[in-house]
Design a protein around this ligand. Structure first.
Ligand code: DAH
Length: 341
């Protein structure tokens, strides 16, 4: 038998053994380099073909080609097997895979409520103003016509930040009215959303921190009819076209006259239910004609200008609207609750 063919038999056996022992990608690669690379053992066999006697060349050459093809087949088969048994590790980075979507959150129901109310007033020509949450006694009380030692101050359980009680956390958004009027001359058409603070026991119906939206409209000749028209237009857009409403007299130091606005309960349509405590009506905001004293504080002439103001509590409105009977839920940030909005 030709010596080269003997060698090739030997190499085939060596290859079989090496392949059987290769159990991972690195070992397999070493086998490939040893047998199948440019200077590998198989290539060396072909190299020696030139020394084979001419009459034997065709048969030996054919045998070597068969050997090479078989070795390649075996190698590829083993490679496939290894890849399958190691899962997808061979293709750890597959850039063609679709991405994994990250769920994005939704806006908080309180933010949604503020945005909706804001949108309605903006469509009526109001613009937005903001003020600080840390306020002075002057803006939170004095310029809003709360006289010193007036009992109305005690009604708003205040967090004071300074010993002399001159610096505090605002108890309502009404101080932004003062800041707005100090900054500009009439006409004023502004709504002022923001966070307010009250030193109260936390319960299902009250929080130490909540939100209000304040509104202010000042111009020549503004009347109580303008107040009613504006607030009724708002209520119809926000609560529904056929909502019933009523205004009842009340007291605020910074408005005269003052009124509470009620709407017919949108759950029972006024016949009485748990939500409206069987009265058929829901109080939704406080309002009134800006007190002349307030105009004096900001340097507006009450003989020339008149205006109306209103304020509403967002958590209250949102809890009525969504039927949430414990307003603490708005701040627990339980996604099972938040996902419902
Ligand atoms: N500031 C009042 C409160 O905190 C709400 C309010 C009532 C605001 C009447 C107003 C208003 O602007 O005119 O309870």
């Amino acid at each position: 038998m030709n010596a080269l063919l003997e060698k090739s038999d030997h190499i085939q056996r060596e290859f079989d053994e090496a392949l059987a022992q290769a159990n991972d990608r690195d070992e397999l690669e070493r086998v490939r380099i040893r047998f199948l690379s440019r200077n590998g053992l198989v290539a060396q066999l072909f190299e020696q073909l030139k020394d084979v006697p001419i009459e034997e060349k065709p048969s030996v050459g054919k045998a070597l080609n068969i050997l090479k093809a078989r070795i390649l087949d075996q190698f590829n088969e083993k490679k496939r097997l290894l890849e399958r048994s190691t899962g997808d590790r061979g293709k750890e980075l597959d850039l063609t895979l679709p991405g994994r979507p990250r769920p994005i959150g939704t806006r908080h129901p309180i933010t949604q409520t503020i945005d909706e109310i804001r949108q309605i007033f903006v469509s009526m020509g109001f613009s937005i103003a903001y003020g600080p949450e840390i306020e002075s006694d002057y803006y939170n009380f004095e310029a809003l016509n709360f006289p010193p030692d007036h009992p109305a101050r005690d009604m708003q359980d205040t967090f004071f930040l300074s010993k002399g009680k001159k610096v505090l956390l605002r108890t309502h958004t009404s101080p932004v009215q003062i800041r707005t009027m100090e900054r500009q001359r009439p006409p004023v058409r502004e709504i002022m959303p923001g966070r307010v603070y009250r030193n109260e026991a936390v319960s299902a119906r009250s929080l130490v921190s909540f939100h209000q939206i304040e509104g202010l409209y000042v111009d020549r000749g503004v009347t109580f009819s303008d107040l009613k028209g504006t607030l009724v237009a708002f209520a119809r857009q926000f609560y529904g076209k056929d909502v019933q409403y009523r205004f009842r007299p009340t007291f605020f130091p910074f408005t005269e006259p003052s009124a509470d606005m009620h709407i017919s309960c949108f759950l029972c349509k006024g016949s009485g239910c748990r939500m409206c405590k069987y009265g058929g009506w829901l109080e939704i905001l406080g309002a009134g004609m800006v007190h002349p004293h307030v105009f004096k504080y900001v340097g507006y002439d009450p003989e020339k200008y008149s205006g109306f103001a209103f304020g509403m509590g967002i958590e209250r409105i949102a809890s009525l609207r969504y039927g949430v009977d414990d307003i603490r839920m708005f701040y627990e940030n339980d996604v099972r609750f938040l996902r419902q909005f």
